[in-house]
Design a protein around this ligand. Structure first.
Ligand SMILES: *Cc1c(COP(=O)(O)O)cnc(C)c1O
Length: 404
């Protein structure tokens, strides 16, 4: 006899590496979700900046259903049409000439790091192995990517960490210059730190990184796993800055909820990912590729991208209005629909306390570290859902303030 799963089943059957909220959503449509009891929520979390077209968007459902009836999987012993179409589409829309497909952001970054190291070996020699990244950055959970990431709590306690990795201060070019040398292989950076607290790069900083890389024969890698695919109001955030990387990674919104990742590079660099150097059984899976192509084509239009900027302005108005009343934020920032509200000093460390209250009020949000409330809704969330969801979020904040 099958019974309905409960939140207690999580504690009984699943490894304790997560602590999910108490409700279990069972259905989604657009920017609304319903839980097991039929309670409805407005979704400002979007699966951590993944469901870029909301839940069950018809364009993605159609792509998945028609591919699901055609061809599911081949492996890379064969290529397939959806993967080829997706790669071509990514190349046509970006600086890149070549694409490696995989299934997640961590995998895309793992591929980028291996490629950067291999390129340095091919062109300069084994000694050129230093990877510079930034404190508070997040690049995934594989051992290489947590080590490159700037949050030691994610890489410590697992034995010896991969070597040759240095960390600098974000938005502080001097701190990078001090670490830079002829042994620098690559700089890895998020154009806006996501998990690290929604901190956009200063334009001079990104341009400075580009110049330092050019001076020292190092590669510039942009991790756009969170900022990519329309999230900031451009297809990729680098397009706001006019600074072009050598390698770019993409995932999250790329599949709109279907697991997919991509690593993009110039021809010159891609040559080093030669035959047999890297691989993935699921990379370029036809189902994933079909959905990603549909997401990419839907999102990369003036209507959707301009709509992101309009929704940004509306969300900002709501956050500012809430703050005028309750004074809980010291800063409201972000690009497009990746927005953060920094908790003021009196509420330091309390961002996560808003989330369960918001759920009780019928809204889902995120945090980025202990001090930042993060909103990353669907790029096509209806304005009425923003208004209603922010009214619910405000009630949650009211209750936090009342509790003290
Ligand atoms: C989420 C994220 C990753 C990791 O992606 P996964 O799909 O969880 O492996 C890497 N980099 C950034 C910037 C992210 O936000």
């Amino acid at each position: 006899m099958s019974t309905t799963p409960t939140r207690q089943d999580f504690d009984q059957y699943m490894m304790p590496n997560y602590a999910p909220q108490s409700v279990i959503p069972v259905r989604g449509e657009g920017s609304r979700l319903w839980d097991q009891d039929g309670r409805e929520y407005i979704d400002f979390a979007a699966g951590i900046a993944v469901n870029a077209l909301g839940h069950c968007h018809p364009a993605l459902v159609n792509a998945l259903e028609s591919q699901g009836e055609t061809l599911w999987h081949l492996s890379n012993v064969f290529t397939n049409e959806p993967a080829l179409k997706l790669a071509k589409s990514l190349v046509e829309r970006t600086f890149a000439d070549k694409v490696f497909l995989c299934s997640s952001g961590g995998e895309a970054n793992e591929a980028a790091l291996k490629l950067a190291r291999r390129y340095a070996v091919d062109h300069h020699g084994e000694h050129k192995d230093k990877i510079i990244s930034f404190y508070q950055s997040f690049h995934g959970r594989t051992f290489f990517t947590v080590s490159v990431g700037g949050q030691p709590k994610y890489s410590q306690g697992f034995g010896p960490v991969p070597g040759g990795i240095l960390h600098a201060d974000y938005n502080d070019l001097e701190s990078v210059r001090r670490l830079m040398g002829d042994d620098t292989c690559a700089i890895v950076v998020e154009p806006m730190q996501g998990e690290g607290g929604l901190i956009p790069a200063d334009p001079d900083f990104l341009q400075g990184l580009r110049d330092l890389c050019d001076e020292h024969g190092a590669l510039l890698v942009f991790d756009e796993v969170q900022t990519g695919v329309g999230r900031t109001g451009k297809l990729y955030a680098y397009q706001h800055y006019g600074v072009t990387p050598d390698i770019l990674t993409s995932a999250k919104a790329l599949g709109g909820g279907f697991p997919v990742g991509a690593m993009l590079a110039t021809d010159e660099v891609a040559t080093s990912l030669g035959l047999g150097t890297h691989g993935s059984t699921y990379g370029g899976n036809p189902l994933a590729s079909s959905v990603a192509l549909a997401a990419l084509e839907f999102i990369d239009t003036p209507e959707v991208l301009e709509g992101v900027q309009e929704r940004h302005a509306l969300l900002r108005e709501h956050l500012e209005r809430i703050n005028r009343k309750h004074g809980v934020f010291s800063d409201i920032r972000g690009l497009g629909l990746l927005m953060g509200a920094q908790m003021s000093e009196a509420w330091a460390g309390r961002a996560k306390d808003i989330l369960p209250l918001a759920i009780e009020e019928g809204a889902m949000a995120l945090v980025a570290g202990p001090n930042v409330l993060r909103l990353a809704p669907s790029l096509v969330i209806p304005e009425a859902d923003i208004d209603e969801g922010m009214a619910r979020l405000e009630r949650a904040i009211e209750r936090l303030v009342a509790q003290g």
